[in-house]
Every structure is written in C-alpha cells, then in structure tokens.
Write a protein that binds this ligand. Structure first.
Ligand code: X8Z
Ligand code: ZN
Length: 604
C-alpha cells in the first residue's frame, strides 16, 4: 500500500514538469523527491539484498527466478527515478543535492532501457551468467568432476607442467557457453546507457570519477607508465627463474610467461611460486603464514577475528553479533554457492553486515579476509549517511582500505599477535628483499592485470573489439600489459574472459587498479604522519589510533564529496601517483636490476 502511494507521488512530481509546462521545479519539489527516494531506498534495499543473499548462497532454479524478477522490478524503478532526477538539472541547488541527483543518474552497472521486456531479458542473462560461474565445474571422461576450488588447488600447488595445463584448460571450458549471453547483455546495456544520456557502457562506467571519462582514463595510463619499469624488472627475473626450473621447452627466455605456471588460475598473483623465484639462502627464513595457521590450528572464524582485531586496534567499533551469526565463512558441502569472496551491507539502518567467503586456511585467504573487512568497516563508518551517500569516495577506495591494512602485516605485527617470536621477526627483517619479493608477487603483479581487464571490457563495450575477436584480443592485451601468454591455442571457440568471476559477475575491475595504486599512497602518507622512520615495508599502523582516525574520518565521508577531497584527507594530495609504490619497493627494484644485468628483458 505504502509502495503504491510512493509510486503515485513520484509520478505526480514527474507530471508537474511535463514538456510545455511552466518551470515548476522548485527546491521544495526536489526536497520532496529526495526524501521519497531516501524512504524508498530504506524500504526496498534490505529486501532486495536479502533476496540477493539467498540467491548467492543457494543457487537453485527458484532462487534465480526470484532474484531475476526482483532485479527487473528494482532496475525499472531505479531507471524511473533517474529520469525524474534529470528534471532538476537546471535547478540552482546545494552541491550536496546536486551530488545526490548525479549519483541517482549514474548508479548503474548494466542498465537496460526503460522497457519491461528488455529489462527482464537483461536481468535473466546477468543472473544466469553469475550462476553459471558459481555452479561451474568440468567433468572429464572418466567421470571425475572439478569445480573452481578443486582446479585451484592444483594450479596453486602443483609443479607438474602437464597437470597444470590440464587443470588450467579444464576450468577455462566454463567460458564457452557464456559468450552469446555476454554479447547480448552488452547490446542491451549499451542501449540502456545511451537512454541515460551516455555514449554507451564504457562512458557510463568511466564517468563516475568526478572528472570526464577521457581524463580519468588518461590518469590511469599515466600512472601505469610510472609503475611499468618495476613490473618489467620483476617479470624479467621471474621468467629467468622459471626458465631455470622448467627449461627452454616450457618457458622461453624471451617470450611471455605461460599463464598456467604462475601459481594462480589467472596469473594475477605469483606468490605461490615464491620459492621458485626467490632462491637465496635466506628463503628458508621467510615467514610462512599458511604453516602458522595450520600449526596453531587456527580455524576460519578465528582468522576473521584476527582481522577484526586489527581494525579495532586502530579505533574501529567491533562488528555486530549478527555479522558472526549471518556470514558465510566456510564452503557448504551440500549446495552451490558463489564462492568468490564478497562483503555485504544488507540493511544499513540495522547494521546488518556480512561476508560470504569459502575460507581456506592459508595466507592468501588471510589477506583476502582483511580485504573483505575493509569493505565491512567502510559500510559501518558511512551507514549514518543518507542512502545515496552510502558508498566509497570512489569504487577504488572501497577496495583499498583492507589492502592498506595488509601492508601492515609486518614481522613486528606478527610478533604482536603471537604468530612468530621476536627472534624469528628479526631474522625475517634481515632479509628485506625476501619480504618485498613476497609482497611484490601479489601487489605489483596484479597492477597490469587490473588495468588490462577493463581495457578489454571497454573495447567490447564500445565495439572496438568485435564478436569474432573476443578471445584473440583478450590474449593480445594480456601479452601487451602483463607479458603473459598461453601455450594452448586459444581460438575464438573459447571465451577465456568468462573464466574470471568479474566478467560474468559484471563487477567493474578498474577499482582494483586504483586500490593497488592508492593503498601505497595511503600507507606512505600514514607512516609519515605517525613519524615512522625506516623502510616503508617495516611500517605497521597496527594499534595506531592517529592513523585509524584518518582512515575512519575518510570512510565516514562516504560518497558525499568528490573522491579527491577524501584522498586529500589522508594523503594531503589530490592526485594518483605511482611514486609511493615505487618508494615502497625501491630496495627490491635495485636488487632486481642487479639480477637482470645480463638478462634480456621484455617479451616479443
Ligand atoms: O574480487 C576481489 C575481492 C572481492 S571485492 C575478493 N578481488 C579481485 C580479484 O579477486 O580478482 C580482490 C583482489 C582483486
Ligand atoms: Zn573487494
């Protein structure tokens, strides 16, 4: 009943500004409109989120039907609101109101046109794609079936090139049937974006950064040029070491790195091959968090408690009891779930926060837990704001804070939480290159990947990449940016982008690129502010309330101000820069340059 009333009220507002009518849009109308939107968001949001939670936790025929239908209705309503927001374009109002209107008009990822049939088709495709990924498995002729986690346990640990290639190929079968669905989705999304006043999906995605899309993309390229020499040096060293280990037949001395040998399904992190690429004697002294977790018998929930404790130590409030009751921490044995880790803000008014993650008891997931709690504590910090401002300063900020804290997981911190002894910490600190190498294999390696993924996607969105070259150009970009290739012939029969969650899941990826640059800018600025004197990689903000205050006050701004304001609050600067990541890894870069002296770097 109440719902019906709102719809009527909203249509009255629209009716009052019908073409040809007098300019009747007053501040009062705008304030009524925003108040209605706020009330509606508070009412509809939690229900949609609950439906979505169910559909991701129980992937069944029925749950997908329900979420597709909810999705259609909610999207159509949001599209209407966004049109209504345009009616206030010429009204002279506060920057705050203007920002709310702008958020209302742009907060879509894959918008259909305002048309029931197309909205429903799009919703079914997007739910279908995500479910295909979540339930994905590949069965061999002997009847053995593998899901992503099973394939990953081979890719992450095996050193047998044949077994690795087989597992890599097995998982990548998943993309094939996604291709036509993906292309139809893009077609509808482009149409919807144009209806909203954008040139297409790419323009919509990159217009959310408080500057024109072109300028933003130039900024991302500018920073990559700064960071690239560091990546190239790392690539050169890793290739030489893999060549030593596997031989010329498998790893060429001058070509791209074979993706299946890198210890990660997508080659986006190489930490699992640390022992192969850092073969100094001191290697045996490196801290092995996976082993500590096993030795201390730390379970999945305790791993999350360690991360929560870090946030509390810098001044955050503890998580609500419901977080522990309602989150999913362990992969269920009896049903399909979307295992890709995520953080949820289901009901801001009631602080209903949850993560959904199939935690494995290893170092990689210990890091990912911190990443997810970064989202959760961000939600908690801005949930007091109007719903339209409940967001990150930009989407990169949302990804950055958890990652920022992981830079503080230093040997000294590990001593404080009783993971290692002081003596072990001192030994680890004697080998800064080992520590930095471990970090770089994740933190530097991910950078070109995070940039390249949306280069491919925006090429598809704007038609530069055609339907008959989707896979070819995916590999071309991977080679160009990452120097990574595949020894398998990946023809257009395959759709390899579909094997990465964020493609079927429609999650923009440039946010991770931003996060990986900004986290070092934040880290350096905070370490300076707390007067830390020493290597940046030895600085930990654990327990430091001053650093915490900077983070919390930035988070509490939510999306209410341009991201540059939030950025300035922590760093004192308004610009992205590669300088901090370069400073952080400076000792490693020097070491790599020495190692690479007689090697030919780059790939052909
Ligand atoms: O997707 C994620 C998070 C959820 S927002 C687990 N990440 C990217 C990925 O897995 O590809 C974090 C690092 C990059
Ligand atoms: Zn995230």
């Amino acid at each position: 009943m109440k719902n019906f009333l709102y719809t009527v009220l909203l249509s009255l507002i629209v009716a009052s500004c019908a073409p040809g009518g007098e300019q009747t849009h007053k501040i009062e109308d705008l304030e009524n409109f925003l108040a209605l939107v706020e009330e509606e968001n508070k009412k509809d949001g939690p229900v949609i989120y609950s439906a979505s939670w169910i559909s991701s936790n129980f992937i069944t025929y029925d749950s997908q039907k329900v979420i597709a239908d909810y999705g259609t209705r909610y999207t159509l309503k949001s599209l209407e609101r966004s049109r209504q927001a345009s009616n206030f374009d010429n009204l002279d109002t506060s920057p705050e109101n203007k920002r709310m209107l702008s958020i209302l008009k742009s907060s879509f990822v894959m918008p259909p046109p305002l048309d029931k049939t197309l909205a429903s088709e799009l919703s079914q495709i997007s739910t279908g794609l995500e479910a295909m990924y979540g339930t994905g498995e590949y069965c061999y002729e002997d009847g053995a079936c593998y899901d992503l986690e099973a394939f990953e346990s081979i890719i992450d640990n095996s050193r047998d090139p044949d077994e690795l290639l087989k597992a890599w190929k097995g998982w990548h079968e998943i993309g094939k049937p996604m291709k036509p669905m993906y292309m139809r989705m893009v077609e509808i999304g482009n149409e919807g974006s144009k209806d909203l006043g954008y040139e297409g999906l790419s323009d919509l995605w990159f217009s959310k950064y408080d500057m024109p899309a072109d300028e933003f993309l130039d900024e991302t390229d500018r920073v990559w040029e700064e960071v690239k020499p560091l990546y190239d040096a790392l690539h050169c060293h890793v290739r030489a070491k893999l060549n030593d280990y596997y031989g010329d037949e498998i790893v060429s001395e001058s070509g791209p790195l074979p993706v299946h040998l890198l210890g990660n399904m997508w080659g986006q992190s190489w930490s699992n091959i640390y022992d192969l690429v850092y073969t100094e004697e001191s290697n045996s002294n490196s801290v092995d968090v996976t082993k500590i977790i096993a030795d201390k018998n730390i379970n999945e929930i305790q791993m999350v408690e360690y991360a929560e404790d870090f946030f509390i130590s810098i001044g955050f409030d503890p998580l609500p009891e419901t977080f522990w009751e309602r989150s999913l921490f362990v992969k269920p044995r009896d049903r399909s779930v979307v295992c890709h880790a995520s953080a949820w803000n289901l009901d801001p008014a009631n602080n209903d926060l949850r993560i959904k993650m199939c935690i494995e008891r290893n170092e990689e997931d210990f890091i990912t837990i911190h990443h997810e709690l970064g989202h959760i504590f961000y939600y908690q910090a801005y949930n007091h704001l109007p719903t339209l401002f409940q967001g990150g300063a930009n989407d990169g900020f949302h990804e950055a804070f958890g990652d920022l804290l992981t830079l503080s997981i230093t040997p000294d911190y590990l001593t404080k939480i009783d993971f290692i002894s002081e003596e072990q910490a001192n030994i680890a600190k004697e080998d800064p290159i080992g520590l930095l190498m471990k970090q770089a294999l994740e933190g530097v390696v991910v950078v070109p990947w995070a940039l390249m993924l949306d280069k491919w996607r925006s090429g598809v969105f704007n038609g530069d990449i055609k339907e008959d070259e989707l896979n070819t150009l995916w590999w071309q970009l991977r080679e160009e940016y990452q120097g990574i290739g595949t020894s398998d012939d990946r023809t257009e029969e395959y759709f390899d982008p579909g094997a990465k969650y964020h493609i079927p899941g429609n999650t923009p990826y440039t946010r991770y690129y931003l996060a990986r640059i900004m986290q070092y800018q934040f880290h350096e600025a905070l370490c300076n502010q707390i007067n830390f004197d020493g290597y940046l990689h030895e600085c930990s903000i654990y327990g430091n309330k001053d650093a915490g205050e900077k983070i919390i006050s930035t988070m509490a701004m939510g999306e209410s101000l341009p991201w540059q304001d939030a950025f300035e609050n922590i760093t004192g600067s308004r610009k992205l820069s590669g300088t901090s990541i370069l400073n952080y890894y400076a000792p490693l870069k020097e070491w790599l340059d020495e190692q690479n002296q007689d090697r030919v770097c780059g790939w052909n």
